[in-house]
Design a protein around this ligand. Structure first.
Ligand SMILES: [Zn+2]
Ligand SMILES: [Zn+2]
Length: 387
């Protein structure tokens, strides 16, 4: 019988004792196994996972380990379940939880900070000083599902109530998985100052965060919003999400093009989502004096940067990790008000059993895949393209 001390369940949402779960073996190796369904503790709920999107960071973790940190080390062969961009239905409440009811649809953000360190107290729970300290004698109560604790490539997961974002019934499961992606873009713009109405913004790199970065910047009133990238089909989606101008960096000098499109001047903000080796320098050359650059993508190698230009021009550089300061709630508000259509970046849906195929689509961008979603129920075990 599923349950635990003080845990509330509801017969309308029966919970099995075990579930399907993918676990990470050696680098690049995922195995489908059975695991016990986890039981929520204080301030936690059990979420039945209805849909989970694949993120570039999942691919990074599955192949290379970092930035996941399980029991103080790499996540391989530790019975670890990756996956972090999921949504679902609350099906059990931990002791004392009255903030959510069984049956509520929610999407989740990744990081439940420890709640007690300096950064958590500032709302910067994605920069928790106790990151990964959630095991054995060093347990600080930190969770980052899919990074330091089990994630969403399975049927059920426990989440701290601080990580839940309620979603309306009108929002599809697939769209709800995109809230955290939009939330990351929102966090970047929050860290840059937040009030970007009437200010000029360049987003570099039309991946999922970049495309939704365009959408969020436009919804916040930025003008113009310029998107740069290498693939015309992605740039076209950026236009549909609100970009006033797009630049294919293969065809022209991107810094000159940005200035031309902004009345000969540099822009106020750049949100760098490409991770390209020359992206940081191009970003600092694109902004005007006193401008701000948010770095939301990470390159694999160390990157030379024109520090003298940054200093002489009083340019601000911000690194962001994930989606802090409740940015997901602000992103969800835009999405539920239909200020932009995030589903334009959802391209494919697969059954949970087909996760390896889904990952191949995401990694190799098969069939122009952008966001690939996996569902445990209601999807036949073969590929279904989104309309
Ligand atoms: Zn992600
Ligand atoms: Zn903390």
């Amino acid at each position: 019988m599923y349950g635990g001390p003080g845990v509330k369940t509801n017969k309308d949402f029966p919970i099995p004792d075990t579930m399907k779960a993918w676990v990470l073996g050696n680098p690049g190796e995922l195995k489908l196994t059975q695991k016990p369904v986890p039981v929520p503790k204080r301030a936690e709920v059990l979420v039945r996972i209805d849909a989970v999107a694949i993120c570039a960071t999942d691919l990074e973790i599955i192949d290379h380990g970092s930035p996941a940190l399980i029991q103080g080390g790499k996540p391989f062969n530790k019975n670890f379940t990756p996956g972090h961009e999921y949504m679902g239905t609350v099906v059990a409440l931990g002791p004392g939880v009255d903030e959510y009811k069984i049956g509520h649809r929610v999407t989740v953000e990744i990081h439940a900070g420890c709640g007690q360190c300096k950064r958590c107290r500032e709302g910067m729970y994605t920069s928790c000083h106790n990151y990964g300290l959630n095991y054995g004698e060093v347990d600080k109560g930190h969770r980052a599902n899919g990074f330091t604790t089990d994630g969403g490539f399975c049927e059920y997961q426990v989440n701290n109530i601080n990580t839940l974002v309620a979603v309306p019934d009108a929002m599809s499961d697939e769209e709800a998985t995109l809230v955290v992606t939009a939330g990351t873009a929102m966090y970047g713009l929050t860290e840059l100052g937040g009030l970007v109405a009437g200010e000029s913004v360049v987003v570099t790199g039309p991946g999922p965060i970049g495309l939704l970065g365009v959408a969020v910047a436009k919804a916040l009133g930025a003008q113009p919003v310029i998107l740069t990238g290498t693939r015309d089909n992605r740039l076209q989606i950026g236009r549909e999400l609100g970009a006033d101008h797009v630049i294919n960096v293969r065809n022209e000098n991107v810094v000159e093009a940005v200035k031309r499109l902004n009345g000969g001047k540099g822009v106020d903000y750049v949100v760098e989502c490409s991770g390209a080796p020359n992206a940081v320098n191009e970003a600092v050359y694109m902004v005007n004096r006193g401008g701000k650059v948010c770095l939301a993508a990470f390159p694999h190698a160390e990157t030379p940067v024109d520090v003298a230009h940054i200093v002489r021009n009083n340019i601000y550089l911000y690194g962001i990790r994930g989606e802090g300061k409740s940015a997901t709630h602000r992103a969800e508000a835009f999405m539920s008000q239909k200020r932009f259509d995030a589903t334009k970046i959802h391209t494919h849906t697969f059954a949970l059993d087909d996760l390896p195929t889904a990952i191949r689509y995401a990694k190799d961008r098969v069939d122009d895949a952008i966001k690939v979603v996996v569902k445990a129920r209601g999807v036949a075990a073969h590929r279904v393209a989104a309309e």
